[in-house]
Design a protein around this ligand. Sequence first.
Ligand code: SOE
Length: 387
Amino acid sequence: MSKDLNVGLIGYKFMGKAHSNGYRKVNMFFDPGAQVHMKAICGRDEEWVKKSADTFGWEGYETSWEKMVARPDLDIIDITTPSNFHKQIAIEAAKNGKHIFCEKPLAINLQDAREMLQAAEQNGVKHQIGFNYRFVPAIQLIKKMIDQGKLGKIYHFRGFFLQDFVLDPSFPLVWRLDKSVAGSGSLGDLGAHVIDCARYLVGEFDEVIGMSETFVKERPIVEKMEGLSAQAKADSAMGKVTVDDATLLLARFKNGALGSIEATRFAGGHKNDMYFEINGSKGSVKFYFERMNELHYLNNEDEAGLQGYRLIQVSEDIHPYMDAWWPAGHVIGYEHTFVHQFYEFIKAIVNDTPTTPNFTDGVACCQILEAVEKSIEERRWIQVDSL
Ligand code: SOE
């Protein structure tokens, strides 16, 4: 281990905690070629940010992001704020020569995302986006299988991301339900992950068409928020929900495959139910995030009469990232995907190699999100490249 890299993290809620845990673990389980130092965490509420610094293991804290991105001792700025802050923070961080890690969606609209990519490229800094599901070992294994031709020609990508955390109409108007802060609702928050997996595994989108609905149009104004849970006063005034509660889309990929994706926060009983299935000429795979250590694989070339989906435990040393963790069968979880993504990010900085997924992937995803929104508005198919 030769190098030292100092990180400054902006945001201290759900994603702030997940990222902090990732940085804490990365050197313990992997050797990315540099020692990560958790220098400072930043947030507006001093009491909270100080408490988060102590609990998550940061050396210090800041209450101004402007001050944070200008600190000469920091090499990396990591952005886990609500989405409307991504652009200004990333652009200033780039101007200050910091490598940038940014949560998804990259920005609240395509134009902002493009400006962020441009700033990072012009200032020659590394940039990565938090599509952490790519770093699930089973998803990495699917990628390997597709690249090796095991699924043959891909015909279908069929995915969904189902949650139910806003199902109760009295759940308050949190920032994720405000378009000016979040960009979009279930589409950009949940659909973005599935779209990214589809791009990663199947290829670029050609055209899309969508439909969406906001089932609960007004909610009590939020009083206090912590992670995904929030409270409103019993007699709180109501505010308007300005994002989609659910969006469904159809897609045609450039390689001829067909896709369908559903993203909703109104699927009762589904907590973080991300699923996709890929069908090809030689085989198929099925992946359920809530069973993320498993992969269902069908080989069309198996003997007739003995065909069926086999269940692979993706937990052996030969599986992606698993040699760093526990003996086979000692399963890993959601938080490990963050350790993997930071391992790749740090390694790319140290070796000066390309980062993946990066802001180019973030822009490509925003382009698809915007094409879906346009198709809903205009009630017609939209060519993704036309935006
Ligand atoms: C909330 O809907 C959320 O936490 C997303 O913001 C994350 O990206 C996803 O992993 C789980 O759900």
